[in-house]
Design a protein around this ligand. Structure first.
Ligand SMILES: *[C@@H]1O[C@H](CO)[C@@H](O)[C@H](O)[C@H]1NC(C)=O
Ligand SMILES: *[C@@H]1O[C@H](CO)[C@@H](O)[C@H](O)[C@H]1NC(C)=O
Length: 305
């Protein structure tokens, strides 16, 4: 009995510190995570948390919208651009049926102006992109496709995979700048197109579609004034990860190692004196409570015959 309780106490002593490790991580796989992105609930900015998540098992960052899940390729924090890929889009290496792309209406992202979408395999007779903007008026047929995009379509059709689609280059339509319209969606079914290709850079090689950067560039802003919150900047400078606490989504700085949450940075001394008592008190309280429960349990077990 004594041995059992000794183990129980030791287990608590050893396990407890590991359960209080940093909740909000500063990386997801090899992708550095900084504000406004976070590794899980309570981390980063609450407006972003529902849309961009770190898959714990795969260690991959993913954007989820009503049209699908999109791996995050990279984030340019200085330019405030997130690059994603769409596994269903056509590229120079692979042509396939696409699902289209849409952003959720409440997602804090918009399509970056560098993104070019080329609709592929569109029905020249029924697709609204080839007929007038007022349905039924066939005399005013002005395609919505960008005439300057015709060369982009030709380059795309120089790709073996795309020329294999067995469609005329005239079924390709480039529209840039991309405007997803009030539905925030490129609905390929409504547009009567089978596939699309998206890219955000020719990488200096406009005539070589093999080199283009396929994917979608999305820009984001921190808030209406696009200011980086100063408390978060201080938190990140001291090695912490920015997060928020329910119910009011108040700012917390989640510190490495200890996993302690402060309201400023993690350079202790500063934080211990600056952080209001209630930030640390509940944890001390929990710790003390656990210890007393364990002690009482051990006492009971030791006294038992
Ligand atoms: C610190 O904050 C994070 C994010 O809100 C939360 O998940 C975690 O439980 C907090 N940790 C402690 C020790 O209070
Ligand atoms: C069709 O469009 C043309 C040119 O925009 C316009 O002149 C004509 O009145 C329209 N016809 C109908 C029936 O709306």
């Amino acid at each position: 009995m004594k041995i059992v309780s000794f183990f129980a106490v030791s287990a608590f002593l050893f396990l407890f510190p590991s359960t209080s490790a940093q909740t909000c991580r500063t990386t997801c796989g090899n992708q550095p995570l900084r504000y406004p992105f976070g590794s899980g609930p309570g981390c980063g900015d609450p407006r972003f948390q529902g849309h961009v998540k770190c898959d714990e098992a795969l260690q991959k960052l993913t954007l989820t919208t009503h049209t699908g899940c999109y791996p995050v390729t990279s984030i340019d924090y200085a330019a405030q651009v997130m690059y994603i890929s769409d596994p269903t889009m056509s590229t120079c290496a692979c042509s396939q049926d696409s699902r289209g792309f849409g952003l959720d209406w409440d997602a804090p992202f918009s399509i970056h102006e560098n993104t070019i979408f080329a609709l592929l395999d569109c029905s020249t007779s029924t697709s609204p992109i080839y007929s007038s903007t007022t349905p039924g008026n066939s005399s005013s047929s002005s395609p919505l496709c960008d005439a300057k995009g015709t060369s982009i379509c030709s380059f795309l059709y120089s790709c073996h995979a795309i020329s294999m689609m067995n469609q005329q280059v005239s079924t390709c339509c480039v529209y840039a700048p991309v405007d997803l319209g009030p539905a925030y969606e490129m609905d390929l079914g409504k547009l009567k197109c089978g596939s699309y290709s998206g890219f955000y850079s020719f990488d200096g090689q406009e005539v070589d579609p093999d080199q283009w950067k396929y994917g979608i560039a999305l820009k984001y802003r921190f808030n209406v004034y696009n200011e980086y919150p100063s408390s978060c900047a201080e938190c990140e400078r001291s090695g912490g990860a920015c997060g928020y606490a329910r119910p009011l989504d108040t700012f917390v700085c989640n510190c490495p190692g200890s996993g302690l949450n402060t309201t400023s940075g993690c350079s202790f001394g500063a934080s211990w004196s600056e952080a209001p008592g209630h930030v640390l008190a509940p944890r001390t309280g929990t710790w003390a409570l656990l210890l007393s429960v364990v002690s009482i349990l051990s006492l009971v077990m030791i006294r038992a015959p």
